[in-house]
Write a protein that binds this ligand. Sequence first.
Ligand code: PHE
Ligand code: FE
Length: 292
Amino acid sequence: MGINDPVIAEQTPAEDFQIEQRWKKYTDEEHAVWRTLYERQIKVLKDRAVPEFYEGLNALNLNEGGIPDFEKINEKLMDLTGWEVIAVPHLIPDDIFFDHLANRRFPAGRFIRSRDQLDYLQEPDIFHDVFGHVPLLTQPVFANYMEAYGKGGIRALKWDCLKNLARLYWYTVEFGLMRKDDGFQIYGAGIVSSRTESVFSVDDPSPNRIHFDLERVMQTDYRIDDFQQVYFVINSFEELFDVTQQDFAPIYDFMTGSDKIYGLTETLESDHVYNVGTQNYAEAGGRFAKAS
Ligand code: PHE
Ligand code: FE
């Protein structure tokens, strides 16, 4: 029966919610689902994801034919950046999650979706968590950002500003885009692990793509049940890391006082909006032009 069944009932998690992956328990069917998802996704991503993502995939041999064994991933990942992947039950408390990140442990679900849910499921499974998130943990700057985020999470809890910080995660780690030459490339795990959004996020003219702005992102609503209507675009992981190095305390202070939230389709005077498939996009030689 594999380990698709509810996890927690059969194994009480430790204080840090870590559970064993129990790799040997995966069934042939579960490994086959991974292979199907992997092959589909590689095809659809082509050069839509950032080169760093493919570097990570290759470095970790995530295509050995089935669900990866965390022990094997960790041998390589530890050497590269000192990160490791650990298995956790579906939901873990925020403070535990942040503590893991702050200590370079990435908490991942160990169950895999079933064949009739290939395209969508609400909870993150091992395909989303490992295929989506883990490759970029091989990249030093992104790896540092994730650790910093964990530390920032612990601080945000004290400020009661978790919502603001969660939006930063959403619009970077999950749904981030990067500028590349004449278009956009994906680095967000929520996109990279989704067959349909992989195409939509970089090719479709309808969503707004706005240059990353920390305070703007921290005040922008998001939806979890459909494609994003707005994506935030960075030039590089260095940019993301550098911008988030500043002390968020003053930002939190001002945000607790204001509770202003921007809507999903709203654009602001101060936004740098990238227009796709429009005249000013083409005129810039396929590069980007500020919306007028
Ligand atoms: N600089 C943030 C703070 O002062 C911490 C942080 C870093 C948060 C990176 C998110 C990402 O709280
Ligand atoms: Fe995720």
